[in-house]
Design a protein around this ligand. Structure first.
Ligand SMILES: C[S@@+](CC[C@H](N)C(=O)[O-])C[C@H]1O[C@@H](n2cnc3c(N)ncnc32)[C@H](O)[C@@H]1O
Length: 304
């Protein structure tokens, strides 16, 4: 059991498992149910709602997000006919990038009907809809057959899920030997650098995004290992997230009037939560990591 560190986590435990699932389904979805046109004004062209990878001072948002898509593609190394689950696929950023460049078969899941519609429309436009399905479901309700998947992604999504231990156990069972898991998300440092129950944290975790649970990196890695996977790579993307958020905030400012015309007051919410997040990552009171893990092939165990 991962100890609960925040009042929000204790509230979640107090609700009980099925009420917490409904809580996430309803409150997390609210954010993503805003019109996709708003996010088109703020994000890169691929609509990644997660950090990019910045390397050079001159990198712009498109460059950084394209580098991230390519990184995800190379880490997952999807072969023809392999089955890939994108858990929390958003408007299809990684899902469609991977579908266009590989011959895999893809299932994306999301809590937002608008995201599902948009991801499917974009799949049709790119001519990959035969190999791309998108379902509106909470991950805990998704039937996962043992050894049925070759790769699973959680990019900017696992942070919305309270029941991490159960999710890691189910995903690990669902991966075939040799299967890959990729997570890109936010974590708390081991030392509490600041008040995790502050009004600012609550603003992001509840008001803006519905429900968020940040583990320590070591806790998430422990759950992955306990589920039977080998951690192969951990990359610190905290500085990249500071820059990604900077670009998003600039775009919100630039398009404030258009955003508010579609959803009154939403530009303020976006700008406020993104600014608090940017400061937290800049001070490293929140951290951003990419994790890659793999299910061992039984043949590897026989090698001495
Ligand atoms: C920050 S967005 C990231 C989207 C996408 N992965 C990307 O990088 O562009 C989080 C996504 O996770 C989805 N999500 C959050 N909790 C979920 C859950 N319990 N089951 C399924 N999807 C979930 C949301 O609906 C949303 O699509």
């Amino acid at each position: 059991m991962i100890p609960t560190a925040t009042a929000l986590e204790r509230e979640a435990d107090g609700r009980g498992a099925s009420a917490q699932r409904e809580h996430e389904r309803e409150l997390v979805a609210e954010h993503y149910e805003h019109r996709p046109e708003i996010f088109e004004l703020v994000l890169d062209q691929g609509l990644a709602y997660a950090t990019g990878i910045f390397r050079d001072a001159s990198d712009d948002l498109e460059t950084a997000q394209t580098r991230k898509y390519a990184f995800v593609e190379s880490e997952l190394a999807i072969r023809p006919e392999e089955s890939v689950l994108d858990t929390g696929c958003g408007w299809g950023s990684n899902l469609l990038y991977l579908a266009e460049r590989t011959k895999g078969r893809f299932l994306g899941i999301t809590l937002s009907a608008k995201q599902r519609e948009m991801a499917l429309a974009r799949a049709r436009m790119r001519g990959v809809s035969e190999r791309v399905r998108v379902e509106l479901t909470h991950v805990e309700d998704l039937p996962l057959e043992p050894e049925s998947l070759d790769a699973v992604l959680f990019v900017g999504s696992i942070v919305h899920m309270h029941h991490r231990e159960e999710i890691h156990q189910r995903v690990a069972r669902a991966l075939r030997p040799g299967g890959r898991l990729l997570i890109s998300d936010c974590f708390f440092p081991s030392q509490a650098r600041g008040d995790r129950d502050s009004a600012a944290s609550r603003y992001i975790f509840v008001e803006a995004l519905g429900y968020c649970r940040l583990l320590r990196l070591s806790e998430e890695l422990g759950l992955i290992e306990e589920a039977g996977l080998d951690v192969r790579k951990v990359e610190d993307l905290t500085d990249s997230y500071v820059r990604t958020l900077g670009h998003w905030i600039d775009n919100v400012r630039k398009h404030r009037e258009r955003i508010d015309a579609m959803s009154p007051g939403f530009s303020k919410l976006l700008q406020t939560y993104m600014t608090i997040a940017k400061l937290s990552f800049a001070r490293r009171s929140a951290l951003e990591y990419m994790i890659v893990a793999r299910k061992l092939h039984p043949a590897a165990l026989a090698v001495r």
